[in-house]
Design a protein around this ligand. Structure first.
Ligand code: GFB
Length: 330
């Protein structure tokens, strides 16, 4: 197996040919910006129309032709609580196919290092908070996103299994709830932050007296700006193999990417309301699902390895709202 253009410290060489899967999604686009800013110039990106990652033959041909040095797997079928409840078959099938195809074909074509992006919903619904990496598979999952979570657990376990059987260096990162530029603003199927940005904006323009927030407002969520996530992804990807192995012993698998910025949904609604400059009231729709009551990550392991977030919520939400306005104009 080649050294796949890793430098003497085990980081990715600027000349490495890095396949970034999912560069048009929110996380992938942030990682692409960061890779370009860091001077990586031989990036391989393909739109969904050019490369269907759920199609094994297509993915095999792509790896045979391109032979990338490194892989960052940010492609996934994602969505908020509404989408997870409405499309469980799509979430489990598409994510399993993407992961199995990309991880296996990366291995087949000789890729040594790969980064897989997961989600904090892999942890059990009743895990003690904040959740450490070893909570994985210690109990039942949250039912509203079980399909997605099972697929993401499978992705971690694929990486782990290839490491154990084949000596690869496939790493997984588990981000907390993300927000930022390039988000999906679909009113029914997006995550809470983009949904609220859109709803508060539209209510401000229309002069509506109140805005509806789903659920009780009591669930707690931890939020991370996607640019911080991109920095964390490359930080993990560039850790020396010995450092990564020592940190993730004994299973060589996954690490949390937390922010420590935990708020209730009511508090988040107040923050978005302020960012948008809306003056009306909040109403809570108790017929809508709350999902898991709390989902905070223990991010101390990655902090000990030298990464920390730089965005704070109010500034991050203001920037996210500016991006929403730009998208409306564009
Ligand atoms: O962002 P969200 O869908 O993610 O919802 P989850 C977070 C919380 O916000 C829930 C409340 O308690 C929702 O009830 N909420 C309030 C809203 N108003 C809204 C709204 O207008 N739209 C949305 N979407 N929520 C997802 C998982 O869960 O998190 C995924 O289903 C994934 O699989 C993702 O893990 C990060 O944290 O509840």
């Amino acid at each position: 197996m080649s050294n796949n253009r890793l430098d003497s410290a085990g980081a990715m060489d600027p000349e490495a040919r890095i396949f970034l899967a999912g560069h048009q999604g929110m996380v992938g686009a942030a990682i692409l910006r960061r890779l370009e800013a860091d001077g990586y110039s031989r990036l391989i990106v393909k739109s969904r129309g050019e490369l269907d990652l759920t199609d094994q033959q297509v993915v095999r041909r792509f790896f045979d032709d391109e032979k990338p040095d490194q892989v960052i797997l940010a492609a996934a079928r994602v969505g908020g609580i509404g989408a997870n409840i409405r499309f469980p078959a799509d979430f489990i099938y598409q994510n399993l196919m993407i992961e199995a195809n990309v991880i296996h074909e990366a291995f087949r074509s000789g890729v040594r290092r790969l980064l897989f992006l997961g989600s904090s919903c892999i942890y059990p619904r009743d895990a003690s908070q904040p959740m450490t990496e070893d909570a994985l598979l210690a109990g039942p999952l949250e039912p509203t996103n079980e399909s997605y979570a099972v697929a993401k657990v499978a992705g971690i376990k694929l990486c782990e299994a290839y490491n154990l059987q084949h000596g690869t260096d496939f790493r997984s990162v588990m981000p907390t709830n993300l927000y930022g530029p390039n988000d999906n603003y679909d009113p029914d199927y997006s995550h809470v932050v983009p949904a609220l940005i859109r709803r508060f904006h539209e209510a401000r323009i229309a002069g509506d007296p109140a805005v509806t927030v789903w659920g009780s407002g009591e669930p707690q969520r931890e939020f991370l700006h996607v640019d911080d996530m991109a920095a964390a992804a490359l930080h993990v990807m560039n850790l020396a193999p010995e450092t990564w192995a020592a940190a993730t012993r004994p299973r060589l698998s996954h690490i949390n990417v937390g922010s420590g910025e935990e708020v209730t949904i009511r508090e988040m609604a107040e923050l978005v309301k302020a960012a948008v400059g809306y003056a009306g009231e909040l109403r809570f729709d108790h017929t809508r699902p709350d999902g898991v009551p709390r989902k905070a990550l223990d991010g101390s392991l990655l902090r000990r390895l030298g990464w920390q977030p730089s965005w704070k919520l109010p500034a991050g939400l203001a920037a996210a709202y500016r991006n929403y306005l730009e998208k409306l104009d564009g």
